[in-house]
Design a protein. Structure first.
Length: 212
């Protein structure tokens, strides 16, 4: 399967999930806590990039409600349409973040909630470096993932076949620091998605800062 096919497959997964993704994961207390951490550090009207913005809730909705200028990027047209409808106070664009130009120092904050898992390790590393560079000096990045040491593994996610790549927690923290960020806060939790058949899964939240 070509890289283009993999990207189309990833978009199709979230097209199929639509609002069900929010039902399953929107209740994460750790996600809300990470957003609160970020809000406490943002100045009025900050410019925020939400990578893998999904349905727009909770991330873009919380940030836009606080008066920030939010741009959400997602590969799924269905998710982008949902987000635009649910969070009219933010802007959303259907695109693959790997193809989106990012100017250095152009954002006050970047959010990356569970949007790296269908990228290769090289792509994840490269993207984190680009996102770190896109932060203004002193800016903040919040990243969440499933911290498991797997590479290009076939899995089923909410009934959809996916290929998953991730890092162990310590390796992801090292990756972030190699990109020029400092991990200020780290939280690992077990979260059970809001689905009848769901089992607890590990989640890692890294709250990071670019040096001034």
């Amino acid at each position: 399967m070509t890289d283009r096919d993999e990207r189309r497959r990833a978009a199709a997964v979230f097209d199929a999930l639509g609002a069900r993704y929010e039902e399953a994961f929107g209740g994460s207390a750790a996600h809300r806590e990470a957003l609160e951490w970020l809000l406490e550090r943002l100045g009025p009207g900050s410019r925020v990039l939400d990578v893998g913005s999904g349905t727009g809730r909770p991330t873009a909705a919380v940030l836009a409600a606080a008066g920030h200028d939010v741009l959400g990027i997602d590969v799924s047209p269905v998710m982008v349409e949902l987000a635009a409808r649910q969070v009219p106070g933010a802007a959303f664009r259907c695109a693959d973040i790997r193809d989106v130009p990012l100017d250095d120092g152009s954002y006050d904050a970047v959010c990356v909630f569970f949007s790296l898992l269908q990228m290769s390790r090289a792509e994840q590393s490269g993207l984190v470096r680009r996102l770190a560079a896109a932060l203004r000096p002193g800016g903040h990045l919040v990243l969440a993932t499933v911290p498991v040491d797997v590479e290009d593994v076939e899995a089923v996610f909410m009934g959809q076949p996916v290929r998953v790549t991730s890092f162990a927690a310590a390796d992801l923290a090292a990756l972030v620091e190699a990109a020029g960020l400092t991990v200020v806060s780290e939280q690992q939790v077990l979260f059970t998605p809001g689905l009848p058949e769901a089992e607890p899964e590990p989640h890692l939240f890294l709250c990071c800062r670019r040096s001034p």
